[in-house]
Design a protein around this ligand. Sequence first.
Ligand code: SAM
Length: 266
Amino acid sequence: MGHVRSRPIGTITRGTTGHNRLRRSDRWIAAVHGPLLRSAARPLVVDLGYGASHITTCELFGRLRRVCPTVQIVGIEIDPERVAAAKPYEREGVSFVRGGFELPVDRPPMVVRAFNVLRQYGEAEAWAHWDRLRAGIHPAGVIVEGTCSEIGHRAVWVTLGAEGPRTLTFAARFSGFGQPSELAERLPKTLIHRNVPGERVHAFLADWDRAWAACAPFGAYGHRQRWIRAAESLARDWPVATASPTGGTARWRLGELTLPWRAVAP
Ligand SMILES: C[S@@+](CC[C@H](N)C(=O)[O-])C[C@H]1O[C@@H](n2cnc3c(N)ncnc32)[C@H](O)[C@@H]1O
């Protein structure tokens, strides 16, 4: 449009990433948002802040191509050296560009995945960047913004639409925790400081721990059964998603649990 290209919005942060680290969110996006991608003529996905390696962008691409053969993905990084390092891995459907929260792409994305990016910003900045990202997506699009442990055994993410945050999802490897509240360390920036008495997210995690403890006998059938039973029990008091695509046994058995954002909003 003729205007001068301005500086990308955001700051360069640590580039830590790793093979298969984001598989839980990849799997979620493919299952829950596959229909959204298939509904678009030229579905665009952005992997924002892919880090020191192109690998998680390519993994997301591979998993999404299986559910939507026409999907294209753009990895956006604010660090020019990381863009240069990823460029050789471009191929049909996958490209890498330098940029930030302004999302320098040719059309509004259907999905923006931003993992382990906002946690390195301040809380007030995180809220403001949510607003900016929401303004940049397709009107029907979503943002999946989350945090995970180093090798992805524990992850928590928020799904936002153009209108605002919709859901909060917890995901864990069954052998990767003692009790569910340990996932609090992976809460998004907008919630992590709210895990204190008097805040809803704190009450939720306390109730989840109680349900987990009460379901200990089901542990004899494995942690998966215990997780499913604890989710059923929690759903009596909390608006936990109990039906497809975000909830119910099909998701719980993967070690996921989703609830509406309003249930935990600060
Ligand atoms: C910790 S890495 C995460 C890599 C990958 N997403 C993962 O979870 O494994 C965070 C990356 O986000 C980049 N980053 C931070 N702010 C950004 C922004 N506003 N736009 C694009 N990239 C950004 C940093 O430069 C860094 O490479």
